[in-house]
Every structure is written in structure tokens, then in C-alpha cells.
Design a protein around this ligand. Structure first.
Ligand SMILES: Cc1ncc(COP(=O)(O)O)c(C=O)c1O
Length: 391
């Protein structure tokens, strides 16, 4: 008798997430590995190195024997650090019981959605939506209700449209501010209004804020800062972007105590605690990062300004200045049938890899997303090539 491999429904649903949209990036990675001169602007992994003091702290911690199992909630020192920062920024006393550590924000989003939603529950998301959520939605099998942002206004959140989308089946609203891909920031009054609207309608408000520390003209406002009541508000953040620590895998959730208790059951059943030495280094990073955050924010702002200026010089391309983060959305409708065609052509002819906008929703089909994970010097070459391609 031959073995017949049988898989779960979730595994089948996850298979459906691999699309053409990532093919440009995958092909670019292959060509790069083959030694070709490819400029990768299709992934949000900071080019900056994790600062040395954080690395040294992790190494010292390893030598100190911090190599054992860690509590499921996370190390107390890190949770206290996050709670203190949260108390200071939100003006609301935050305790360590409201903080739980995950190996990255992705895992935090997965755990939070798994904890709150069953297959077929409705989850409202604002479009454009971070492409990385797709697999999580598919694995859980949740019903996604997409609410497009205002394209003419840099994809600003349409709070009235979100309100209209809430039905008796809606269980949660997932927001992302500052947003990937558009770098838009949801104003505090809108967050406050939506948090209250969700509360009145028995809906969770989940807010992914992983770009909270990379803002240019104004400070980030967290959903927890904005909300009048925190009963239904869950915030997710992490160190991947702000501290150039993508590979360290460190994220967290700040949520009501009853939610954190449930999340602990999920993490206990899956990850069984994050690495001690990484959490030690993360706490150290967050306690000593004032100047560093200022310097990387300056750097990303310089990149954004340079990139926007270069796009402005190309008549057939348009962009809206992002307020935060490390991405730029470029409208390519003046030169290509859609973002996918543009991305394929640009890689083929000029060796620049960008992400087709359709991955973030139908609303950005005619856009491509450029990652500003290159120095201004490197961006110069990238935009020279883009100009040649468009020309
Ligand atoms: C909005 C958003 N959330 C989460 C993540 C992933 O964060 P982490 O590396 O902490 O899993 C990303 C990465 O691009 C992102 O853009």
C-alpha cells in the first residue's frame, strides 16, 4: 500500500498565497545569487546593521549563561521596559501583565488573530494592507472585509467606510499605523473614534505599529494612546524595523490582561518562550536607543526626500510623500498596464527589483512599492536605472 499524503485545510489555504506578485522578488533574489548586479528594492529588511552595543550585550548575555527556557510571557526586565515606555508615551499606567513577548511582530499578529478569530469570522482590514498578513489570514481561514483607503490622499484611512463595513459578523478591525506600504499615519482623533466605535459594536481593535519609531514630520500616535478605553484595544510592535533587528525576531503585544492570559496559552503551545539573550539585548536596546532612533529617522527621511525628488523629475511617475516608514508607493499607470508589468519590465531591463502594488490590494494595482533600504548614494543608481527604464 502506498502512502497518500493528506494535509490540513490550513496547509491547502496557505498554498494559495504564493502568487505572481512575489515572483519578481524571487527571480531577483535568484539573479542576485547568480552574481548579477541587481538592486533589491522589493523587501523591507533594513540595510543598516544592528548597533554594536546591542550585539555586545547579547554576546555578554550568552556568556552569562542566558541560554535557557524563558517564561512564556517573556522576560520580566523586557516586559517592564516596554510597560514603562508605554506608560510614558500613552499617559496610561501600563503593567507587565499587559505585555507579552513574541518572536517578531508576525508571530504576534498570528497569535492575536488565532486567539480572537475562528474560520469564517469577519475581520476588517484597511487597504492597502501589508502583504505579509495574507498567509496569516489564509492559515486561520478568516473572512477578510477590505476597506480601501483614500488613494488621492496617500491612502489615508477611510474611517466612515470602515464604520459602514462593520456588521453583526465583524469580530475585529486590524489597522496598521504607520502603514506599510503607503507610510500613512492614522490621526489620533480617528483612532480614538474607531476604538470607541469598535467598543460599542463589540469589536476588537488590533493595531500593528511596527513603524512607530520611524516617523518624519510628526510623532506616532498609538491606538492605546488615542483610545478612551483600552478594553478592546490590542497593540503590536517590534524591533525589526526601528532597530534594524529583523533577524533577531523580537516583537510584543500590549493588550488587556484577559487577552494576554489567552495569548500566553497560544505561545505556550507554540513557541514555549523566546530566547533569553535576545530579550536581554532587546531590553538594553530599548533603554539606550534615544540617539540611535533619531539618527535612523534622519537617514530614512533623507532617503525619502531624495526618492520623492527623483520621482518628481519623471513626468510619467507619481508618488505621495510617505510620512513614516521605509517605503515609497509609486503610481506607474502613466507607463505600464499595471504594477506587475512595470516590476517585471524593470527587473528584466534594468535589474531593479520592486514589489507590484497589487500584493497590497486591488486599490494599488497600478503602483509599485520601493523599499528605501539603500543609502542615498545607492538610491542614485537605482533611480538612474528607473529613469532609463521609463524613458
Ligand atoms: C506592517 C508590518 N507588520 C509586521 C511586519 C513583520 O515584523 P517582524 O519582523 O517583527 O515579524 C512587517 C514587516 O515588513 C510589517 O511591515
Amino acid at each position: 500500500m502506498s502512502f497518500e499524503p493528506r494535509f490540513s485545510l490550513a496547509a491547502g489555504r496557505l498554498e494559495a498565497t504564493g502568487t505572481d506578485l512575489c515572483q519578481v522578488h524571487t527571480l531577483a533574489m535568484q539573479r542576485l545569487a547568480d552574481g548579477e548586479d541587481i538592486i533589491m528594492m522589493s523587501v523591507g529588511d533594513p540595510d543598516l546593521a544592528t548597533i554594536e552595543r546591542i550585539i555586545e550585550h547579547a554576546v555578554t548575555s550568552l556568556y552569562r549563561g542566558r541560554t535557557h527556557y524563558s517564561p512564556g510571557m517573556g522576560e520580566l526586565n523586557l516586559r517592564q521596559t516596554i510597560a514603562d515606555i508605554e506608560t510614558q508615551s500613552s499617559g496610561k499606567l501600563t503593567t507587565t501583565d499587559e505585555v507579552i513577548i513574541f518572536p517578531g511582530a508576525t508571530n504576534a499578529v498570528y497569535s492575536v488573530l488565532s486567539c480572537l478569530l475562528d474560520a469564517d469570522d469577519e475581520l476588517i482590514v484597511a487597504e492597502p494592507t501589508y502583504i505579509g498578513y495574507q498567509g496569516i489570514f489564509q492559515a486561520i481561514g478568516v473572512q477578510i472585509v477590505k476597506v480601501p483607503g483614500k488613494a488621492e490622499d496617500g491612502f489615508a484611512l477611510d474611517a466612515a467606510a470602515i464604520e459602514r463595513a462593520v456588521t453583526g459578523k465583524t469580530k475585529a478591525l486590524l489597522l496598521n499605523t504607520p502603514g506599510n506600504p503607503a507610510g500613512n499615519m492614522i490621526p489620533g482623533d480617528q483612532l480614538r473614534y474607531l476604538a470607541n466605535f469598535c467598543l460599542e459594536n463589540n469589536v476588537w481593535l488590533i493595531c500593528d505599529e511596527v513603524y512607530s519609531m520611524i516617523t518624519f514630520e510628526r510623532k506616532h500616535i498609538s491606538a492605546r494612546t488615542a483610545a478612551a478605553s483600552l478594553e478592546n484595544v490590542i497593540v503590536i510592535d517590534g524591533l525589526s524595523k526601528s532597530h534594524a533587528m529583523t533577524g533577531w525576531r523580537l516583537g510584543w503585544t500590549v493588550a488587556p490582561v484577559n487577552v494576554v492570559a489567552k495569548l500566553l496559552n497560544f505561545t505556550s503551545a507554540t513557541i514555549f518562550g523566546c530566547s533569553q539573550f535576545i530579550q536581554d539585548a532587546a531590553a538594553f536596546a530599548m533603554q539606550n536607543d534615544g540617539e540611535y532612533i533619531q539618527s535612523i529617522t534622519r537617514e530614512y527621511k533623507a532617503r525619502r526626500d531624495y526618492a520623492c525628488a527623483r520621482i518628481e523629475q519623471i513626468d510619467s511617475l507619481q508618488c505621495h510623500k510617505p510620512e513614516a516608514g521605509m517605503f515609497l508607493m509609486v503610481d506607474v499607470s502613466g507607463v505600464a498596464a499595471d504594477g506587475l508589468k512595470f516590476a517585471q519590465g524593470l527587473l528584466h531591463e534594468q535589474g531593479v527589483s520592486v514589489l507590484p502594488g497589487e500584493g497590497f490590494g486591488a486599490i494599488t494595482k497600478n503602483f509599485v512599492r520601493l523599499s528605501l533600504t539603500h543609502s542615498v548614494k545607492e538610491l542614485e543608481e537605482a533611480f538612474d536605472r528607473i529613469k532609463k527604464f521609463v524613458g
